[in-house]
Design a protein around this ligand. Structure first.
Ligand code: GRF
Length: 204
């Protein structure tokens, strides 16, 4: 018998192309999941309008409350709990979550980063990779912890860095791999195949 589909919330601050990849994968049954809610901390985020167009409840949680992170996270939690979500996918969500929030959803929050962690965490990862002069970069899907891009790694994809690359051209190649990697990580989660052992994620 097929397991019950997992309920996913996607948190995105921007254009939401990783969100699109997850929604599409759920729609065609590539992952056994239903995207139950999309949340953004940016009012005009493309992710919100795309989610609404796809018939998915879309919520803006104001950054005005962000000065008080507790209040901001209480608003997030209220939505997540209302939808009984099993998994939270941060996809270009430009906020670091508190330890309290992460512990509440321990092992159930994923994030994607456009570099091969632990190299180049934080903002402008593609530019950091170019500035450092690496020949290979890529993307990482990891479980979130309270640090910036520090949680246990689920999967990674590599891309070559070309001598002619700009941050934009490198980002363009990396984002293609991000979509593949994120769907793969979510698929494994939805099949209950991810187990966290210390810093390692074991695929069972
Ligand atoms: C991606 O590069 C992701 O790795 C980073 O923010 C970007 C979001 O892109 N955290 P999109 O909104 O999913 O298109």
């Amino acid at each position: 018998m097929k397991a019950k589909p997992k309920k996913i919330a996607i948190m995105a601050s921007g254009r939401g192309s990783n969100m699109d990849a997850i929604i599409d994968a759920a729609k065609v049954g590539r992952i056994n999941a239903e995207v139950s809610a999309v949340i953004s901390d940016k009012k005009g985020a493309a992710a919100l309008s795309k989610a609404s167009d796809a018939g998915i409840p879309a919520y803006f949680v104001s950054r005005a409350r962000a000065a008080d992170r507790d209040a901001f996270e209480r608003d997030l939690l209220e939505i997540l709990e209302r939808h009984s979500v099993d998994l939270i996918c941060c996809a270009g969500f430009m906020r670091v979550l508190s330890a309290g929030f992460v512990n509440r959803y321990k092992g159930r929050i994923m994030n994607i980063h456009p570099a091969l962690l632990p190299a180049f965490p934080g903002l402008f990862a593609q530019q950091q990779a170019l500035d450092y002069g690496v020949k290979v970069s890529g993307c990482t899907v990891h479980f979130a912890d309270a640090g910036t891009d520090t949680g246990p790694i689920i999967c990674q994809r590599a891309v070559d860095v070309l001598e002619t690359d700009t941050a934009e051209s490198l980002a363009e190649r990396i984002i293609q791999k991000e979509h593949e990697a994120y769907v793969e990580a979510v698929r494994l989660f939805c099949e209950d195949r991810l187990s966290i052992v210390g810093r390692r994620v074991v695929i069972v």
